[in-house]
Design a protein around this ligand. Structure first.
Ligand SMILES: Cc1cc2nc3c(=O)[nH]c(=O)nc-3n(C[C@H](O)[C@H](O)[C@H](O)COP(=O)(O)OP(=O)(O)OC[C@H]3O[C@@H](n4cnc5c(N)ncnc54)[C@H](O)[C@@H]3O)c2cc1C
Length: 280
């Protein structure tokens, strides 16, 4: 950790943004600090603690959409039925085994998304069509996928929006790792919207070490316009295996990751079908 000469705890978002903008590259926002304490660049001498800026909390709106404040910890998210019920339990799947209890008490959703590295949450958020709200000189809302692809720049991530599904919908998530505490070798998130018993929209997202989350359009097409039967699920899982070009590293071969992606897709879709049975 570099020597920190200035510590600020702004009382609101406007002040947080102004402090960040005025400090240039020598400042970092401090959320849970779990990542920053390990990877703070040497030029940083100023921390801007967001804990008093009013950015925590989970709200379900009347239309069924969900808003998650950037400073919401994973424990608070896991304790919020509005979040864990959304899409039949997608976020519960993500968070139930996420890190440790100590880590979930500390780490925040905003810090996790802003750090933008290997992630169990981002595939789930991409499958849920999440949008991020970002404060710079103005306030912008944009799809999470666009936010992740945008060039880096100073900003305060203020909240995430998960839109209401247009009809009966459910999601599921699974991860594969060598031990419960290791980073995932690969993870899978799926969301399916039904219309009159057939799949109206499907999102199949695979995340792996080094890749935050990649949609598999052929797998989504294999589901769309059909009832979510075992044969449609099988076709989607085969499309994932055929369409994925995973990395190979010391932990797993590309072939093994491809195999895991097929297994995970099948498992998630079976879970989604069970959950759709409950909401139908
Ligand atoms: C022990 C341990 C276990 C873990 N287990 C998992 C796991 O199982 N699955 C998984 O996916 N990840 C895991 N992680 C990664 C973890 O989730 C992240 O470290 C954590 O979410 C970061 O959040 P934070 O609030 O601590 O961020 P911080 O460390 O405070 O900040 C991270 C970065 O984001 C910036 N930042 C923070 N808030 C904002 C904001 N609102 N707007 C813009 N920039 C901001 C900071 O300046 C910093 O650069 C683990 C990490 C640890 C240390």
């Amino acid at each position: 950790m570099p020597t920190i000469a200035h510590y600020h705890r702004p009382p609101d978002l406007d002040t947080a943004w102004q402090l960040l903008r005025d400090a240039g590259g020598s400042a970092r926002l401090l959320a849970g600090g779990s990542d920053l304490v390990l990877r703070c660049p040497p030029e940083v001498d100023t921390l801007i603690d967001l804990s008093a800026a009013g950015l925590a909390g989970v709200t379900r709106r009347a239309d069924g959409s969900l808003t998650i404040g950037a400073m919401t910890t994973f424990s608070d998210l896991l304790a919020a039925p509005a979040a864990t019920d959304h899409l039949g339990g997608l976020l519960h799947d993500v968070l139930a085994d996420f890190g440790s209890v100590l880590h979930r008490n500390q780490a925040t959703v905003g810090g996790h998304v802003a750090r933008a590295r290997m992630s169990d949450l981002i595939p789930g958020l991409l499958a849920a069509d999440a949008e991020v709200v970002v404060r710079t000189e103005d306030t912008r809302t944009r799809p999470l996928a666009d936010h992740l692809a945008a060039p880096p720049g100073a900003h305060v991530l203020t909240e995430l929006h998960l839109p209401a599904p247009p009809g009966p919908a459910a999601g599921a998530f699974t991860r594969f790792s060598r031990s419960a505490f290791d980073h995932a070798l690969l993870n899978v998130a799926v969301v399916v919207h039904l219309d009159a018993g057939v799949v109206h929209t499907a999102r199949v997202v695979i995340g792996e070490t080094g890749v935050l989350g990649r949609r598999l359009p052929d797998a989504e097409a294999a589901l769309t316009g059909k009832p979510p039967t075992p044969s449609a699920i099988d076709a989607a899982a085969r499309a994932v295996v055929a369409g994925l070009d995973p990395r190979q590293d010391a932990l797993a071969s590309a072939d093994y990751r491809r195999h895991l992606a097929g297994v995970g897709t099948r498992r998630c879709l079976q879970q989604v079908v069970a959950r759709l049975g409950e909401v139908a």
